[in-house]
Design a binder for this molecule. Structure first.
Ligand code: SF4
Length: 199
């Protein structure tokens, strides 16, 4: 379990980076929405909830974005999310130790609703719909949608949902933030670990 509290960056200097993050998120949501519309696909009522999938997040900028969303929650929601995050971290650690598939629900999923919806990280925004990625050498790698997508809309004609620009812009933003604030070292955290690391 990694619950390192990463350096707090002064709000006035973090602001412009967070603004860029939320602009990027808006572009992802817009492009995702177009693809979902093409397929007539919606996540609502999904039983294969991606919120119980083990995702790691690798950037300071998304750590800060989630921290911002978490700080805006009501005190009671923060307390409950922390309790739930501790439980989730224990379950994940146990499953990793036993080399089994962890089963848990993200600590900020409350009755199917994401408490951090506006601040949810990139993978939560892009998951589910088939996508492609252009590698530096020009090779294009295509990946399928989630299981629910395959059942509901897998037969429909392909819509080009290219994640390359999103990854590129996220990497550029992360690099600019690190450079401006002298941040180094790697991050690899689940949302649960991040929540435990917040004040
Ligand atoms: S942050 Fe929100 S959308 Fe992402 S896994 Fe957690 S509850 Fe689901």
């Amino acid at each position: 379990m990694n619950t390192t509290a990463y350096p707090k960056i002064d709000g006035s200097t973090a602001g412009p980076f967070l603004e860029r993050l939320f602009e990027l998120y808006a572009d992802m949501d817009s492009k995702y929405g177009q693809a979902a519309e093409h397929y007539g696909f919606s996540c609502s009522g999904c039983l294969e909830n991606c919120c119980n999938t083990l995702f790691y997040h690798y950037t300071y900028i998304e750590y800060m974005g989630i921290e911002k969303g978490f700080a805006a929650l009501a005190g009671d929601d923060r307390i409950k999310a922390k309790e739930s995050a501790a439980d989730v971290c224990r379950k994940i650690d146990k499953a990793l130790e036993e080399r089994t598939q962890p089963w848990f629900m993200c600590p900020v999923n409350r009755d199917g609703r994401c408490l951090l919806y506006e601040s949810r990280p990139m993978i939560c925004r892009l998951f589910g719909i088939p996508h492609e990625l252009s590698k530096p050498g020009g090779e294009v790698v295509k990946s399928p949608g989630c299981e629910t997508f395959s059942i509901a809309a897998g037969q429909k004609t392909y819509y080009r949902f290219d994640r390359t620009d999103f990854y590129y812009r996220m990497a550029k933003l992360e690099s600019a933030l690190r450079q401006a604030h002298g941040l180094s070292g790697k991050i690899k955290m689940t949302v649960a670990e991040m929540i435990l690391s917040f004040d």
